[in-house]
Design a protein around this ligand. Structure first.
Ligand code: MG
Length: 381
């Protein structure tokens, strides 16, 4: 079991929940990193007394340094700081909860040092799944998923041979607009898009859940994480989010993982695996569970999901371009400068605009990420 952790992105939704789980488990929090929310970061620093804290934004880092001048803590900044937080000697597990491709280099650095990666940064596998999984294999570093679906699949596959797996059944709630045609969603507001029926999450991922881009990103992640092809994954809409995903075995048996919809559970397992510990979360009460229902996705109503699945098949830089373009478009939507349906338009246009590159290296991936962001900023604002 993990003894000391670094939390990259500690002020975000997953980061805050990781801090709470670490406290519950009595784990040492050796390093923290945040972009610029230094008030919360200071609170966490005073509580956990990490040896190192990274603040991505330079100005915020300077202010933070002054705020914690009375503490025995080293402060770093920028990407360098983030990499140092990820590679800190003291930590044996790195929780990657930063958002965006910025998480890539720190994750690779932690892998090179054989640390367990509690993976919560989607872009790591979406953009560079092939590179990251190969590096983990070469270095003997464990990658334990934090995303609830991947944690479920990971648990369903525990102790099984690769040859036993027929397909992965990736479940998704369908989000707040399930079944609504695209034309009706033209004037959706950010507040409507972020109100997810089952999960409490950050704003960006909540919008991705509404467009179902999130399920598409998870589709790509699952391919890499479990070394399967797109044909081995079936997306199943399950509005109640009680089953967090399933695997079908060659004999027709289906193994599902169920639990309350609380991200704390997969976070805790990623830290304690292969052990399990008492958690502070509610348990399922089957006497009070209502119906569990299932349906096929409607790709016409969720073009983002279709786009992501197409990019998964295309491989190369396509998933990275799509994900980066989507991220910029979602932030524009959240700021009120882009319509809801234009999020898909922006992601699809970026994928169309950039030619694909087979087997890209890290620099090519990071360049594609930046180019896709610039493309959306220039053409959609
Ligand atoms: Mg998920």
């Amino acid at each position: 079991m993990t003894k000391a952790i670094s939390i990259l992105g500690c002020t975000g939704s997953i980061g805050r929940q990781t801090a709470a789980v670490a406290e519950h488990l009595g784990l040492r929090v050796a390093a923290l990193s945040a972009q610029r929310k230094i008030d919360l970061l200071e609170e966490q620093t005073r509580k956990f007394r990490p040896s190192f804290v990274a603040v991505y934004d330079e100005e915020a880092a300077k202010r933070f340094k002054i705020a914690v001048a009375d503490l025995d803590v080293r402060v770093g900044m920028g990407l360098e700081g983030l990499i140092e937080a990820a590679s800190l000697e003291e930590s044996d597990c790195v929780v990657t909860a930063v958002s965006g491709a910025i998480g890539l280099k720190p994750t690779l650095e932690a892998i090179a040092r054989k640390k367990r990666i509690a993976l919560a940064n989607k872009e790591t596998l979406v953009c560079a799944g092939r590179l990251v999984m190969a590096a983990a294999k070469d270095c003997g570093a464990e990658i334990v998923p934090v995303d609830s679906e991947h944690s479920a699949i990971f648990q369903c596959l525990m102790g099984r041979e690769k040859g036993e797996l027929k397909k992965i059944l990736l479940t998704g709630s369908g989000g707040p607009f399930r079944g609504r045609p695209r034309a009706e969603l033209e004037n959706v507001t950010p507040a409507q898009a972020v109100s997810h029926p089952n999960w409490s999450m950050g704003a960006k991922i909540s919008v991705d859940s509404a467009t179902m881009m999130n399920k598409g990103l998870e589709f790509i992640e699952a391919m890499h994480l479990f070394s399967v092809t797109p044909d081995d994954i079936q997306v199943v809409i399950h509005p109640q989010s009680i089953i967090h995903s399933m695997v079908e075995l060659v004999d027709g048996t289906v193994i599902a993982q169920l639990g309350v919809a609380d991200m704390g559970l997969p976070i805790q397992l990623a830290l304690t695996y292969p052990q399990r510990c008492e958690s502070m979360f509610e348990h399922l009460d089957f006497y009070h569970l209502k119906d569990l229902s299932f349906e096929a996705p409607d790709y016409e109503k969720t073009p983002c999901l279709k786009l992501a699945m197409d990019c998964a098949r295309a491989g190369g830089i396509a998933p990275c371009v799509m994900s980066a373009a989507n991220e910029v478009a979602v932030h524009m939507f959240l700021r009120g400068s882009l319509g809801y349906n234009r999020i898909y338009d922006a992601a699809a246009a970026a994928v169309d605009h950039f030619g694909n590159v087979k087997d890209p290296d890290l620099e090519t991936i990071l360049a594609a990420d930046k180019a896709a962001r610039d493309f959306v900023t220039e053409n959609f604002s």
